[in-house]
Design a protein around this ligand. Structure first.
Ligand code: ZN
Length: 501
């Protein structure tokens, strides 16, 4: 079963500088939002059809006009900042009431502009290129970014519930928060912050051209493609196309550490995906970074398939002997298919090092349930969990007996939820999760609710797993029926183990 990646939707965002030109506006997206909830981002959003009808003056590139309009509208909607000439005539109260008119639908943005004789001028927006959400995300955007100065006397605020903690911040301070793993930053924002910090914004106030040109060059060099995501300075998430279960299309490969690093789930069997991963790992090896192991989290086919190819590649290209490592149970299950040299046990820690050579520990957690040998990894100092297939971003996890065991799975989830100082997690599929504890708790609650529904179906006369599925999973797409049946069997097995059935 394989799904196509989602088609990116057009969008625009603003890199808004403060009056002094030394700070940039960012905000945390509400953690409840499905797309990048809890991540820090710039204000922005999806292009609306009406954006193309908004007048944009002095626009040399006709194709960009609607995106400038979109950026201006989104900045106003999300932060109350009116990036339009003539806006200086309005008081703070007037702007707030116009914002109210817009959000409540009493007036459109076009009507507001026209009524108050406000003009969007392309000269106020420096185009800094576009970035496209990586393929693994169920929601994808091709976002055009614009650098703009916040008009004096306007103070941005969280004007809609989608955003929290709207603030101007020095790019270096923002990066330091990220370096300490205090925040998750969306990839284009992180890239922009790095460029802004490099440039030192102050000198760019009079001439934002130079910094915007650098930003644009970065985007053009990558053709707007985000191939991997730096979750913090220690963890890179490299989503690889795999034959996995919908809604996922990719499996996350993780490269943890820099000067001393491990590769977790080099999973793809696709040659061009393997090559893309190899290019990044080659660059690490060429920087004299040391690879300690190529790790496989568990036996499933969407987590294996590229590890031996990577091992051979590193041997042939650099004459390196990197061991393939996994839990003994996984190695036994894959005997004859993958030849593992190292077995990893619960509690074992990898002694890794970041870019500056500072050491840190990545602890191994043996978490049976989804698979008997499933491994998760925890960086306790950063409170960052790589949860494997225990918890993923946007769907529930399949527990299919006899390999899967629901009692074990729930114990593993409870254990992960109670890890000391846990803050973030990233599973094997989908984006990193901002509030790891709540996410894991929601998985536990979901399972227990499902159990209640199953008990209810049995009380109402359902006898077989497929009869239970019919009653509990109403409207399920046919290709997922088999998996639902497996899940019901796992529940029945749990109930039998507890002798309540
Ligand atoms: Zn799995």
């Amino acid at each position: 079963m394989n799904q196509k990646p989602a088609t990116p939707k057009d969008a625009a965002a603003v890199i808004l500088l403060n009056d002094a030109g030394d700070r940039v506006l960012w905000a945390r997206r509400n953690p409840q939002i499905a797309f990048l909830g809890g991540w820090h981002a710039f204000p922005g959003g999806k292009l609306e059809i009406s954006d193309a009808l908004l007048p944009v003056e002095n626009c040399a590139d006709a194709k960009l006009g609607k995106f400038i309009a979109c950026a201006a509208r989104e900045a106003f909607e999300e932060t109350g900042v009116l990036l339009a000439r003539g806006g200086e005539r309005l008081t703070r109260g007037q702007r707030a009431s116009l914002h109210d008119d817009l959000i409540s639908g009493r007036m459109t943005f076009a009507e507001i502009l026209e009524h108050w004789n406000l003009r969007i001028d392309a000269a106020d927006f420096a185009y800094t290129g576009f970035w496209t959400t990586p393929q693994f995300s169920p929601a994808r955007f091709k976002t055009r970014f614009f650098l703009a100065a916040c008009p004096s006397k306007q103070t941005p605020y969280a004007a809609i519930s989608e955003l929290e903690n709207v603030e101007f911040i020095r790019p270096l301070d923002a990066l330091n928060k990220w370096k300490k793993s205090e925040v998750l930053i969306s990839p284009p924002v992180l890239l922009s912050l790095k460029t802004l910090a490099e440039d030192g914004l102050e000198s760019e106030v009079q001439n934002p051209n130079s910094v915007s040109k650098k930003l644009l060059a970065n985007s053009q060099k990558a053709d707007g493609e985000i191939r991997h995501i730096e979750l913090n300075p220690r963890v890179i998430c490299f989503p690889l196309k795999t034959e996995t279960l919908p809604p996922a299309t990719h499996t996350n490969c993780f490269i943890v550490g820099r000067r001393r690093f491990v590769v977790i789930d080099a999973a793809s069997r696709d040659e061009s995906e393997q090559n893309a991963l190899h290019r990044l790992i080659d660059s690490f090896v060429e920087s004299n970074f040391e690879c300690l192991a190529i790790i496989t989290t568990h036996l499933h086919g969407d987590h294996t398939g590229g590890e031996t190819v990577l091992q051979t590649h590193l041997k042939e290209k650099f004459d390196l002997e990197i061991p393939l490592a996994t839990h003994r149970q996984t190695a036994n299950a894959l005997a004859g298919k993958v030849d593992f040299q190292t077995f990893i046990e619960e509690g074992e820690a990898f002694d890794l090092a970041d870019e500056d050579g500072k050491p840190f520990l990545l602890k191994t957690l043996h978490t049976p349930g989804h698979a008997a040998g499933l491994l998760a990894f925890y960086d306790e100092e950063f409170g960052f969990l790589l949860s494997g297939d225990n918890v993923v971003h946007s769907s529930s996890v399949v527990i299919a007996p006899p390999e899967g065991n629901l009692n074990d799975y729930l114990s593993s989830l409870e254990r992960l939820r109670d890890l000391p100082d846990l803050r973030f997690l990233c599973g094997s599929h989908g984006a990193a999760v901002f509030d790891a504890k709540s996410k894991i708790e929601s998985y536990i609650v979901h399972r227990l609710e499902r159990e209640k529904q199953i008990l209810g179906a049995i009380e109402n006369g359902a006898k077989t797993a497929s009869e239970i599925v019919e009653r509990v999973y109403v409207g399920l797409s046919p290709e997922l029926l088999k998996l639902a049946e497996k899940t019901v069997e796992a529940h029945l097995e749990k109930l039998r183990e507890e002798k309540s059935f």
